[in-house]
Design a protein around this ligand. Structure first.
Ligand SMILES: Cc1cc2nc3c(=O)[nH]c(=O)nc-3n(C[C@H](O)[C@H](O)[C@H](O)COP(=O)(O)OP(=O)(O)OC[C@H]3O[C@@H](n4cnc5c(N)ncnc54)[C@H](O)[C@@H]3O)c2cc1C
Length: 324
């Protein structure tokens, strides 16, 4: 096959596009940009590949009828991005600033200049940080019911959390599991009233109030959770085969503070401007994936947003865009 390679900038010229982040959003954006003949540098970060590197079987990414391991899927996306000439820097971008119309990105000792930027730094699941959690992740401990619920058909599972996400995870799980416990450290949920009503009217769901999971137990897979009642201080062991941690996510947006508008939780705000759907508050910077999307949080949606951001960027580079 005669592969097309995107050009590299000449010395002292800026890259057409810089992508910060190497999850499904960033790598998809790189594929579209390089195939669109834009010279593209991608900062992969010191933990390249993003959240799917932390999981085992991915069964809901189209094109893999037998499923695929998360790291294998990311390897394939990376090879595809490299195939068309994406320059991959194995470091975190540590700062981003604008000088005239050009963006300056620092990574390690080096500075890179680029005419446009796509922010795809993703988010990190907030885990409980308790014994057994790391070891049993992907072996019963999860953070994504839409991804993993079908693995728990007719099994007893627990959701840990009390917000809307926890309620949603529990409701998704009721379609498969025989019983769903919601374990919450307070005596009331902070989820919306509507979500709470759905949860309370579902006969498969039991709520365990004022309680915290303090350890996950099991050798090769999750078998039990150790639960402490915060009022009585009593500790009990409960047999469960799935545990879904739903206590929040933290967007990786620290380096964009001061240059991009972020919402109160730190997610990069996305705007529709001049026909672009993935614009940020800064002209020439686009955003894709979990760093702005706290709602869908799926690999395929992140990849979809990555494609949109790349197409917006190609248009931006083509036209020198009107003001925003
Ligand atoms: C355990 C687990 C299992 C999951 N299973 C599934 C599943 O089965 N199916 C599914 O569709 N979804 C699943 N998801 C969700 C899915 O992984 C995410 O929605 C998706 O990865 C988001 O892609 P992203 O590109 O936006 O960000 P991420 O995947 O979060 O990637 C962002 C990348 O950017 C890097 N980065 C951050 N800051 C910088 C910086 N300053 N410079 C350079 N790089 C930086 C990060 O290190 C990371 O590599 C799962 C998530 C988890 C945690």
């Amino acid at each position: 096959m005669n592969d097309f390679f995107a050009p590299k900038p000449k010395e002292n010229e800026a890259w057409d596009a810089a992508i910060i982040g190497s999850g499904p959003a960033g790598l998809t954006a790189a594929i579209y940009l390089t195939r669109g003949a834009a010279s593209t540098v991608l900062f992969a970060g010191d933990q390249w590949g993003g959240q799917l590197m932390l999981t085992t079987q991915v069964d809901n990414y189209p094109g893999f009828p037998e499923g695929i391991l998360g790291p294998d899927l990311m390897d394939k996306m990376r090879s595809q991005a490299a195939r068309f000439g994406t320059e991959i820097i194995e470091q975190n971008a540590t700062s981003l600033e604008k000088k005239d119309k050009i963006f300056i990105i620092k990574a390690g000792e080096k500075s890179f200049s680029s005419k446009s930027v796509i922010v795809t730094t993703g988010a990190k699941t907030r885990w409980l940080g308790i014994p057994g959690e790391d070891r049993l992740r992907g072996k019963g401990v999860s953070s994504c019911a839409p991804c993993d619920a079908p693995f728990f058909k007719d099994k007893k599972v627990a959701v840990i959390g009390g917000g809307d996400s926890a309620m949603e995870e529990a409701l998704v799980l009721t379609k498969y599991a025989s019983k769903v416990f919601i374990i919450h450290r307070r005596n009331e949920f902070r989820a919306s009233q509507a979500m709470q009503e759905k949860v309370f009217s579902n006969k498969k769901i039991n709520v365990i109030w004022n309680s915290e999971v303090i350890e996950f137990l099991g050798e090769d897979k999750l078998r039990e959770a150790k639960i402490k009642n915060n009022e009585t201080k009593k500790i009990e062991q409960m047999g469960i085969e799935g545990a879904f941690v739903a206590i929040g996510h933290d967007p990786a947006s620290e380096i964009f503070k001061g240059i991009l508008e972020l919402d109160e939780k730190g997610y990069v705000k996305k705007f529709e401007k001049d026909g672009f759907k993935t614009a940020t508050s800064q002209k020439g910077i686009f955003v894709a994936g979990d760093v702005h999307d706290y709602h869908y949080r799926q690999a395929v949606t992140a990849a979809g947003f990555g494609c949109m951001a790349a197409m917006d960027t190609l248009n931006y580079l083509d036209k020198d865009t009107p003001s925003w």
